[in-house]
Design a protein around this ligand. Structure first.
Ligand code: FAD
Length: 308
């Protein structure tokens, strides 16, 4: 019987691990298929407090990992496949083995949707990203493009006008799905140029492996052309990693976990943290903050069980 199991080793899971380990709970962290989470796929992180010169995403994650391990957190690469609340405990199946725990922190994150084109994985962090708040400031006075037509795409395009010389908004339809007010703001902005009925069919990196252009195809005329851009911001949504918890933990229609109160799920002893429950901010620091809160609540819950 474990005291605390943490699902995920992104910023939320690792921060929860630091707090739970320092509370002497010897948490077991199940890292899943992407140890270190989304930050392990990026390069420079300039907005995590405490690093005035920025820090490499993978280095930040390794630091958090070492900090949690130093206080007694244990790690396994197991992937959670199933979850069952079981009275005062929780059972989870990970890599074919059932584990039982008094408290569970679900910090399994969310995966940004990309376009599924060649070289995609190699280009993430090198001119291909899903986060304008994170990476917009790296692209000053150069042309960039945003892919998508919803509110997030509109928001990202508007945000990027603060830095980029030009923001192309590439959408496969002939009008935006974004709310009218956002769509009006986007279309009125002098730096934003919508490119309608169009999809990207190829990323074109330069000799250093950084994005330099994209190939576009008009979905009606099938006409193709090249567009020079230093970065592609893909804003076509995220998929929260909640498959293992489907039907057992409450989610919104898009699969994001819903809390009963802050980081508490409706199941006693099950806490949620990070992007898996956050459709709004999706930042390393907000994920870390909720990981801290989840670990503190888990510790209080375990103390209340002991009092009982
Ligand atoms: C390219 C890129 C650049 C970014 N840059 C920045 C930036 O500069 N600044 C910033 O603040 N934010 C940035 N972000 C956003 C930031 O990375 C996320 O907000 C943050 O990583 C969320 O942390 P998390 O712990 O909630 O989830 P994640 O980082 O998504 O981690 C999820 C973890 O859960 C594990 N997992 C998933 N399913 C299972 C399962 N079934 N069983 C076991 N484990 C599982 C995964 O393996 C992973 O370890 C960036 C994101 C991307 C993609």
């Amino acid at each position: 019987m474990e005291k605390v199991i943490i699902v995920g080793s992104g910023c939320a899971g690792l921060t929860a691990a630091i707090y739970a380990a320092r509370a002497n709970l010897s948490p077991l962290v199940l890292e899943g298929r992407q140890p270190g989470g989304q930050l392990s796929t990026t390069t420079l992180v300039e907005n995590f407090p405490g690093f005035p010169d920025g820090i490499d995403g993978p280095q930040l994650i390794m630091n958090m990992h070492a900090q949690a391990e130093k206080f007694g957190a244990r790690f396994s690469y197991a992937e959670v496949e199933a979850f069952e609340p079981n009275g005062d405990t929780v059972r989870i199946k990970a890599d074919d083995e059932w584990l039982e725990t008094r408290a569970l922190i679900v910090a399994s994150g969310a995966s940004a949707r990309y376009l599924g084109l060649e070289n995609e994985e190699k280009l993430i962090g090198h001119g291909l990203t899903s986060c304008a708040t994170c990476d917009g400031a790296f692209y000053r006075n150069v042309p960039v493009c945003v892919v998508g037509g919803g509110d997030s795409a509109a928001e990202e395009a508007l945000f990027l006008t603060r830095f980029a010389s030009k923001v192309y908004l590439i959408h496969r339809r002939d009008k935006l799905r974004a709310s009218k007010i956002m769509a009006d703001r986007v279309l009125a902005h002098e730096k934003i140029e919508p490119i309608w009925n169009t999809v990207i069919t190829q990323y074109i990196p330069d000799e250093k492996g950084e994005m330099s252009a994209v190939k576009l195809r008009n979905v009606n005329t099938h006409e193709e052309r090249l567009l020079d851009v230093a970065c592609v911001f893909v804003a076509i949504g995220h998929d929260p990693n909640t498959k293992a918890f489907a039907g057992k933990l409450e989610t919104d229609p898009d699969g994001y976990l819903l809390a009963k109160h802050l980081v508490e799920s409706k199941h006693p002893g099950v806490f949620i943290a990070g992007d898996v429950a956050d459709r709004v901010y999706k930042q390393a620091i907000t994920a870390a903050g909720s990981g801290c809160a989840a670990a503190i609540e888990a510790e209080r819950y375990l103390s209340s069980l002991e009092l009982k």
